[in-house]
Write a protein that binds this ligand. Structure first.
Ligand SMILES: N[C@@H](CCC(=O)N[C@@H](CS)C(=O)NCC(=O)O)C(=O)O
Length: 231
C-alpha cells in the first residue's frame, strides 16, 4: 500500500494518523506541492481532481481523505471502534467528517493556509466565517459532552478535526473562546502522542512558512495567484 501525501497538508496528515493508529504497513510517497507534482497528467491518472492525498492499495486508487479513512477501517479493521458499526455512532462520525470537510476546514484553508502559500490576504470576512465554524464545533462538543469529537472514544473523525485545529495553532491563532474545542485538542495530544507526532511535524512547517513563506514563484497554478517574491 502506498500513500501519496504532502508533509504539511491536513488531509494528508489525517490519513497518515489513521494508518498509524490502525498499524497498517504502507509506503509514504512524498508529493512535492511546490514543484506541482500533483498537477501532472500522470498524477491525474491516480486522482483526476489533482489533489493530495491519494491511496494506492495494490492498484486500487482512492482520493478524498475522508473516503480513505473510511475505506481503511472498513477493509483492514472492520471491528475497530475507530469507525463504529452502530448506525447512530457511525452517523456522528460521518457527520463530523462532513462538517470538517465542508464547513470548518474550508475556512481554515482560506484564512490560514492560502495566504501562506499564495497571494491572498487574511480578511475580516474570512475571520468571521472561521469563527462561525469554530462556534459550531464548540456547540457540537457541548451537545455531545464527550472527550472526543464523535463520542467517548477516539474515532477517525478526530483525525481531520485535529489537523484542522493544528493549522490554527501553527499560526498562533487563539482558540480560548472555544474551551471545549481547546480541551478536546489538548486531550488528543496528551492521550495519543504518537499520532500527534505526525501532525506536529506538519505544524512545525506551517509555523516556519508563516514566518518565511515558501517561494512558489516557479509554480503555475490554475486557480491560485502566485506571490511575487521580493528580491
Ligand atoms: N477534498 C480533499 C482535499 C485535499 C486537498 O485540498 N489537498 C490539497 C493539499 S493539502 C491539494 O491537493 N490542493 C490542490 C492544489 O492546491 O493544487 C481531501 O480531503 O482529500
Amino acid at each position: 500500500m502506498k500513500i501519496y501525501a504532502v508533509s504539511d497538508g491536513p488531509p494528508s496528515l489525517a490519513v497518515r494518523m489513521a494508518l498509524k493508529a490502525l498499524d497498517i504497513a504502507h509506503e509514504h510517497v512524498p508529493v512535492d506541492y511546490g514543484k506541482g507534482e500533483h498537477m501532472t497528467e500522470d498524477y491525474a491518472k491516480m486522482n483526476p481532481q489533482k489533489e493530495i492525498p491519494v491511496l494506492d492499495d495494490d492498484g486500487f486508487f482512492l482520493s478524498e481523505s475522508n473516503a480513505i479513512l473510511q475505506y481503511l477501517c472498513d477493509k483492514y479493521a472492520p471491528d475497530s471502534p475507530l469507525y463504529p458499526k452502530d448506525p447512530k455512532e457511525r452517523a456522528l462520525v460521518n457527520h463530523r467528517l462532513c462538517f470538517n470537510l465542508s464547513f470548518l476546514y474550508p475556512q481554515i484553508s482560506a484564512y490560514v493556509m492560502a495566504p501562506i502559500f499564495f497571494d491572498y490576504e487574511r480578511t475580516p470576512m474570512g475571520l468571521k466565517k472561521l469563527h462561525i465554524a469554530l462556534a459550531a464545533f464548540e456547540t457540537y462538543m457541548s451537545r455531545l459532552g464527550s472527550k472526543f469529537a464523535a463520542g467517548d472514544h477516539l474515532t477517525i473523525a478526530d483525525f481531520p478535526l485535529v489537523t484542522s485545529v493544528m493549522c490554527l495553532e501553527g499560526i498562533n491563532f487563539n482558540i480560548d473562546q472555544y474551551p471545549l474545542v481547546k480541551a478536546w485538542y489538548a486531550n488528543f495530544k496528551q492521550q495519543y502522542p504518537e499520532l500527534w507526532a505526525i501532525s506536529a511535524v506538519g505544524m512545525a512547517e506551517i509555523t516556519e512558512f508563516e514566518k518565511n513563506p515558501p517561494d512558489l514563484s516557479g509554480m503555475e497554478h490554475p486557480i491560485h495567484p502566485i506571490k511575487k517574491v521580493k528580491k
